[in-house]
Write a protein that binds this ligand. Structure first.
Ligand code: DSN
Length: 424
């Protein structure tokens, strides 16, 4: 996309936008929640629909002039239903957190109980962290992963649910590398008469492509974000059975939000159509194959992976056994210097703090969009190992930066894509 029109009136912002585009082209995006959407998704998101207010739902808006907004939202809903096999879909949540808020508002009263995975063990702020609205409005208890295996402690969860008697059990995680047994968690929720909310924000694309088991039709509610592995317009989504449709829709609007971000919903519609193409299944499988290759190679280099490996799009590295004096933040900063952008992350049994955690999390969705295969991901693992082994070593950094740059050149972002027209 050219930023010439921005540059003409606002050179400072244009410079930042061009800079960000170059940053994405010239570095390896390994933050597990990030991806690179297509030019078509990007164009839809920057369409005139950004100007339109459309409170309500298709066919039942509060304002006039909503024909095209209705068309776009209907398409997004139809495509999402086809992708995930959901009975009812709400595509209006502005984000994954807003989607979770929509479900909570639909079924909980203030003070009701949520049982969810601890943030340090891979959960998410919106699952009830004390700093988040969910932790402030609801009574939250948290379950953990098994300290030895790194897998969700399903039996511990069952016992905790029996003791706590939650109204909602949350599954689905942000830093969990293993397949989630949604059926088993549904069994736990049913046994204590609780609703089950499966938050598949990270794995929406893997579930849509069938490379991770689906909670749709299993859990009462499925939420997600739409810009991670599914690679559509930015925002959130809620899926549920018809029996919860009215409550969810009312909770999203007018309960939690005002006017929907119609331009983002257009981006969702376009990205969902792309994900319905057969190539998307290959993409999603490659994301998982790449994460496995990355993890295997890191283990060969002596790194310790939480749970010993991955079934998904990410690996979570506990640096304590291999690099006890290198906190995640130091590794993150050294890697950013050489063009590998990932994030520091807490690990199960964290002995430092959320602001100075002991791990790093690395994902393959964005690299796979650039065309990376297993061999390329092994080269990335070699770069990570070299830098984390010697984060202060200038010669190592130079060599690693050269290899990261070579990978960026070999796997150009948006190769041949009409979006890259601005060379400034
Ligand atoms: N910030 C996202 C992540 O990185 O997991 C979740 O909201």
């Amino acid at each position: 996309m050219s930023y010439d029109r921005v540059r003409a009136t606002d050179p400072a912002v244009a410079e930042a936008l061009s800079g960000e585009r170059r940053r994405q082209e010239d570095t390896l995006a390994m933050i597990a929640s990030e991806n690179h959407v297509s030019a078509a998704v990007m164009a839809a998101q920057s369409s005139e629909l950004t100007n339109k207010y459309a409170e309500g739902y298709p066919g039942e808006r509060y304002y006039a002039g909503c024909d095209h907004a209705d068309a776009v939202e209907d398409l997004a809903i139809e495509r999402a239903r086809e992708l995930w096999g959901a009975e009812h879909v709400n595509v209006q949540p502005h984000s994954g957190t807003q989607a979770n808020m929509g479900v909570y508002l639909a079924v909980l009263e203030p003070g009701d109980r949520i049982l969810s995975l601890d943030l340090n063990h891979g959960g998410h702020l919106s699952h009830g962290h004390p700093a988040n609205f969910a932790g402030q409005i609801y009574d939250v208890e948290q379950y953990e992963v098994d300290a030895d295996t790194g897998y969700v402690d399903y039996e511990g969860l069952r016992e905790q649910a029996e003791a706590f008697d939650p109204d909602v059990v949350v599954s689905g995680y942000s830093a969990y590398p293993r397949e989630v047994d949604f059926e088993r968690i549904q069994g736990v929720a049913e046994s204590v008469d609780a609703h089950h909310l499966a938050d598949i924000a990270h794995i929406t694309g893997l579930v849509a492509a069938g490379v991770h088991p689906s909670p749709v039709g299993v859990a009462d509610f499925v939420t997600g974000s739409t810009h991670k592995t599914i690679r559509a317009g930015r925002g959130g989504i809620i899926m549920c059975g018809e029996e919860h449709a009215d409550d969810v829709d009312a909770a999203v609007f007018p309960g939690a939000q005002g006017g929907p971000l119609m331009h983002n919903i257009a981006g969702k519609a376009v990205g969902f159509a792309e994900a319905l193409q057969p190539e998307f299944e290959q993409y999603a499988q490659q994301v998982v194959d790449n994460a496995r290759a990355l993890g295997d190679r890191l283990r060969e280099h002596g790194f310790s992976l939480v749970s010993g490996g991955t079934d998904t799009h990410l690996v979570l590295i506990d640096l304590r056994p291999s690099h006890p004096d290198t906190p995640g933040g130091v590794a993150e900063a050294a890697l950013e210097e050489v063009g590998v952008v990932l994030n520091k992350n807490t690990v199960p049994g964290e002995t430092r703090s959320p602001f100075n955690p002991s791990g790093i999390r690395a994902g393959t969705p964005a690299l796979t969009t650039r065309g990376f295969d297993e061999a390329a991901c092994e080269r990335v693992a070699d770069v990570i190992a070299r830098v984390v082994d010697a984060p202060e070593d200038e010669a190592v950094r130079e060599e690693a930066a050269a290899e990261a740059a070579a990978l960026c050149e070999e796997y150009p972002l948006y190769a041949g894509d009409a979006r890259v027209t601005d060379t400034a």
